[in-house]
Each structure stands twice: as C-alpha cells, then as structure tokens.
Design a protein around this ligand. Structure first.
Ligand SMILES: [Zn+2]
Length: 306
C-alpha cells in the first residue's frame, strides 16, 4: 500500500505485470531451490550409498606389472579402478600395498568390499584374518572380489582357498596367447559384457583345491578352441555365497592391457554391484556344469591327440 501510494499511476498500471514477474521469480527460485536441493540431497545420499572398496595389491610372491607401482604412482590396475570409480560414481576405492597396516579389524569397518590382486602369504595378523573370515565377510553387504592372482595367495591357509574357491596350480595358457572362453551362465550380470563366447589375450590359471560343489562357474576355457589342451575343466570366473557375504573371482587381469578392456571393466563394475548386494544373481553352485566341462575337456583333448 505504501509503495502504491507513493508511486505514479504508471506503476500501479504495471502492478499486475510486476506481480506476475514476481510470481515467476518466486517459482523460478523455488524450482532452483528444489533442483539444487534435490541434487545436493541425492548427491549426499549417493555419496552415503557409495560402495567402499579396499583394493589390496600387495605381492608377497610374484609381482605382476599390473600391480607394480613404478615411480611411486599407482599401478595400472589401481589407476583403472580409480578411474572406473570416478566415471561411474558408484563406488570409492582405496588402494593399499600395506596389508599389515590396512587389513585390520579396525580399518575393515570402513569398507563394504575387499578386492584382492595379491600373491603369497600377506603379512596380515592372524586375529585380523580370523575376524575377516568369521565375522566380516559373512555379513550381508560385504564381499570379496578376487582378481587374477588372488588365487595365488595364502596357498596353505585353508580358510583363504576355501573362500576364494581354488589355489593357483600353474598357467599352461600364457599371456602371449589368445584364449577362447565360454560363458557358462549368460544370465549373470557380470558375464553380459562377454556375450556367449569371448576371445582375449591373457594368462589363464589352472587350480588345485577346486571345489565345484561350492561355486557357480560363470566362465571357463573352451578346450576345443584352445591350442593348449588339458583333459580337465579350467574355470575362469565364478561366484559363491559366503554366509550372507558374496565372492566374485575373475582370473583375467594379468596383462596391463586387460585393465583398459571395457568388457573386463564392465564385469568388475557389475561384480561390485553384486558382491555388495545391490543387484541379485543366481549363485547356486553348479557342479553339474563343472562335470560337463570336465567331460568335454577330456573328449576335446583326446580328439586332438588322435
Ligand atoms: Zn599372472
């Protein structure tokens, strides 16, 4: 009223227009408020929901180029995971090569997943290992992703090989050659990027302590299409439940080039979602698939020898 009385009739005429403008401004501010508020809220929620990964790339045995921190920078696999975290915004990864300091009961509280790309007997305190296997890993939302030489770690320590699914027992398929892999569970989200069959140049392990009744095989060597043949099945990726926790193992990742392979990285990205409990997948052990692959490998190896 005060302003209207003071101002000229011209302004009074403009009043409806001003009111509309004011309303628009108000709406505009409210919308900006909502969008910004929404964004920051969702960002906050997203940050809170982000899966936290402890990536352990310590080598107490053979040191792979993919985990080698040359010039004190992160190694190729650590750089790849850090970039994947930034690109997807789905997880955070902290890299360590000091498991004595970082693989402790106290520090594990900060993480949802542990990723192993390790070798040998890591210098982890026994009580921390016991806590990890008996309490941390069997907890819902917790999981392990085992990459390549994860199975070349703690050979004589049964809780480890029982958890990871098998122990390194040589690699007849060297990193110089290509291998043809068969996807044994095409419905599994971690296998989608590999299609039904996948050709890759990388080093492939064979295993002892392999327990087909405890794992679901997802990927294996197609022995018929492999130059190097062996009369037994050779798994390349598998999953298993561990209490209420989850384990995903993928043999690939020896070569540095594999860490810039989008199909491999996509499989890890999906593996993070599955092991942390964000997505579901059938993890029912499939020993019948292992048995079929075993019989096929025997047949394929025999046929090649004839
Ligand atoms: Zn290797």
């Amino acid at each position: 009223m005060f302003i209207e009385n003071l101002l000229s009739p011209a302004i009074i005429l403009l009043k409806p227009l001003l009111e509309i403008t004011m309303q628009r401004w108000l709406t505009h501010f409210l919308m900006i408020g909502l969008i910004c508020g929404g964004m920051s809220l969702s960002e906050t929620l997203h940050a809170a929901e982000k899966v936290k990964i402890l990536m352990v790339t310590q080598s107490a045995g053979f040191v792979h180029g993919s985990v080698n921190r040359k010039e004190k920078t992160l190694s190729p696999s650590e750089i790849a995971m850090t970039q994947l975290a930034q690109q997807t915004g789905e997880f955070e990864v902290h890299c360590t090569q000091d498991s004595a300091a970082d693989f402790t009961k106290e520090n594990l509280q900060n993480y949802d997943l542990v990723m192993f790309y390790t070798t040998g007997n890591l210098p982890i305190a026994e009580e921390d290992l016991e806590y990890f296997f008996n309490e941390w890993l069997p907890t819902k939302g917790h999981g392990v992703i085992g990459i390549h030489s994860a199975t070349d770690t703690f050979h004589e320590y049964e809780p480890f090989w029982d958890m990871i699914g098998g122990t390194f027992n040589g690699h007849p398929w060297t990193s110089n050659g290509k291998v043809t892999l068969s996807v044994n569970d095409t419905k599994n989200p971690m296998m989608k990027s590999f299609g039904e069959e996948y050709v890759i140049q990388d080093e492939i392990y064979q295993y002892k302590n392999w327990q087909p009744e405890k794992v679901r095989v997802l990927l294996s060597i197609n022995m018929a299409k492999s130059k190097v043949k062996r009369p037994y099945m050779v798994p390349v990726a598998w999953i298993k439940d561990y209490g209420e926790g989850r384990v995903y193992v993928n043999n690939l990742g020896h070569r540095e080039e594999t860490w810039s392979n989008p199909d491999f990285l996509k499989s890890i990205q999906e593996g993070i979602k599955w092991t942390s409990g964000q997505i579901e997948a059938d993890a029912t052990p499939n020993p019948e698939v292992s048995a079929e692959l075993e019989a096929k490998a025997k047949k394929d190896t025999k046929a090649a020898a004839e």
